[in-house]
Structures are given as structure tokens and as C-alpha cells.
Design a protein around this ligand. Structure first.
Ligand code: ZN
Length: 284
């Protein structure tokens, strides 16, 4: 697919100086000279990404089933984590895809709604799973202030052109004390290692991923938006189709989990996907 692209300044601090970091095909990730954020530049325009996402998720019954199996361990872990804080309440899943996480939360007694930009995925969630899904982006859904007990976003923030605006919107629609759970890939450390070894790869998934958050930067962004009590965790691992990918995901997922716990929740293994949990500050 051909993309219309544009040069952008840093999506986090807004400054324009950056240095090239890694290339993948015709796309390049750069590092902001001011805040060290890693992002795609130039990147596809919002309009060309919108049409791209109509084809992004898999199609066909068996591919959708494989997708469900791949995400299930991560969704189960997240559902159990939420239960630790609340038995039920009002939940929004942003980028809800086919709706498997929402279906799980609805089964557990939550009032669960989604936002999804892919029309095919939204139709599946509505028609096959009977869920309430708003067409994305979330800013267009017009949710009231202080409305949700929990907002979740699995593998969403790295796809967004305006991640700070997204965090502000999550903050606005959450009730004080409400929780935000985000899952994001953290690819740069492994990318740098493979590049030292001269092993070619497409781990950044460009141009779908517009940025690569580190645990430190994502926490700073959340705190700047008005969230507190940030907690990092590995949050399990996906089970992709295909022996090699599945073995790698299990190996690194389990290894990172063990190391995280042995280090008393201090060491976050670089290069694997992670969760961050944060709470909207309750006004004094
Ligand atoms: Zn910056």
C-alpha cells in the first residue's frame, strides 16, 4: 500500500530536532534530541492510516480464531488484574478489535463498551459477540467526563499520531480514582541488539507503529497527564500461530516474568511487551 507521508515534530515534547535510529524498508525511526522519545518520521498521514487500518486485522473465521487464541493469555491476565481493584463497573476498551477482551469483561459482570477504527472488526464485535462498539477515533465518541471506572488499551498507544491527546482523553473520561491499563511493545532494545549482530528484521512493524515507548517515557507521559501510582508489569505473553513465534514468545515472556519477580518488580526485561497501570488522581 502507498502511504501519503508527512514530517512531524516529536509527538511527546513537540520539539523538532531528532536523530536517525533504525531503518525498516523505506521507513525510519528517529530519536527526539530533547526528550529521547523514539518515533517514526516521516510518517503516514492520519487519512492514509485510516484506510490502512481497514485491512490491518486478519479476516476469515480461522484467522480470527487464531487471533483470539493469541491474545487470550494477555486478556485473561488483564481481567484478573482488574478484578484485584474492582469486581465490576463501567469499562471502555480502546482499539477493541474483534471484542474478545470486552466479551470476557462482560461475562465477569462489567458494563463494557469499545471503540474501534476497523469497520470489519467492529462489525464482528457487534454482530457476532453482541457488544456495544463506537466507531473510532475515541475523541469522536463524545463520552462524558468522569464516566468510566476503567479504560484499557492493548497495543494501541504505539499506533497513535497524538499519544498525549489520547492520554488526556482517557484521563477526562475516567472517574477520579479510575484506572488505566495500557499494553505496549518495547522493541528498541532488541532492535538495537539485532542491528549490532546485523540480523535483518521487521520488529517495529512499520508503518503501523508510529512510536516505541520505553517504560520510563510512558510513565512520564502518564504522570504529566494527571495519573499517579504507576505500576509496571510484564502481564503475560501472547501465543502467536506458528511454532517458532510461539516458542520465542513463551520463552521471552516467561523469562522476563521470572526476572521481574526475582528483582522484586524492579527489572523490566527489555524488548518484550509490557503493561502499565495507572490511576486518575483523586482531587484533594
Ligand atoms: Zn521529544
Amino acid at each position: 500500500m502507498d502511504f501519503e507521508t508527512e514530517e512531524v515534530s516529536c509527538p511527546i515534547c513537540g520539539r523538532s530536532g531528532s536523530n536517525p535510529l533504525h531503518r525498516e524498508g523505506s521507513f525510519q525511526m528517529v530519536k527526539c534530541a530533547s526528550c529521547q522519545f523514539i518515533f517514526l518520521n516521516p510518517r503516514p498521514t492520519v487519512e492514509s492510516l485510516h484506510s490502512f487500518y481497514q485491512q490491518y486485522l486478519p479476516e476469515g473465521e480461522s484467522s480470527i480464531e487464531s487471533w483470539e487464541k493469541m491474545m487470550k493469555p494477555v486478556f485473561d491476565r488483564a481481567a484478573n488484574l482488574l478484578k484485584h481493584f474492582r469486581e465490576e463497573g463501567r469499562l471502555l476498551d480502546v482499539g477493541s478489535g474483534f471484542g474478545f477482551f470486552l466479551a470476557e469483561m462482560k461475562d465477569r459482570g462489567w458494563e463494557a463498551v469499545g471503540v474501534e477504527i476497523s469497520r470489519k472488526a467492529m462489525d464482528y464485535a457487534r454482530n457476532i459477540l453482541g457488544l456495544t462498539i463506537h466507531p473510532g477515533p475515541m475523541e469522536d465518541a463524545g463520552f462524558p467526563d468522569n464516566h468510566f471506572d476503567a479504560v484499557t488499551g492493548f497495543y494501541v498507544i504505539e499506533h497513535l499520531s497524538h499519544p498525549m491527546a489520547f492520554l488526556k482523553e482517557c484521563h477526562r473520561i475516567l472517574k477520579p480514582g479510575g484506572l488505566l491499563l495500557l499494553r505496549y511493545p518495547h522493541t528498541t532494545p532488541i532492535k538495537s541488539l539485532l542491528s549490532l549482530l546485523r540480523i535483518r528484521n521487521r520488529l517495529y512493524d512499520l508503518p503501523a507503529h508510529l512510536s516505541d515507548f520505553s517504560p520510563g517515557i510512558i510513565q512520564q507521559c502518564l504522570e504529566r497527564t494527571g495519573f499517579e501510582q504507576c505500576q509496571h508489569m510484564i502481564g503475560g505473553h501472547t501465543l502467536p500461530n506458528g511454532f517458532g513465534k510461539r516458542a520465542a514468545s513463551s520463552l521471552f515472556g516467561n523469562l522476563s516474568e521470572v526476572i521481574f519477580h526475582l528483582s522484586l518488580k524492579k527489572f523490566l526485561f527489555p524488548g518484550v511487551s509490557k503493561n502499565i497501570l495507572a490511576f486518575k488522581r483523586v482531587a484533594e
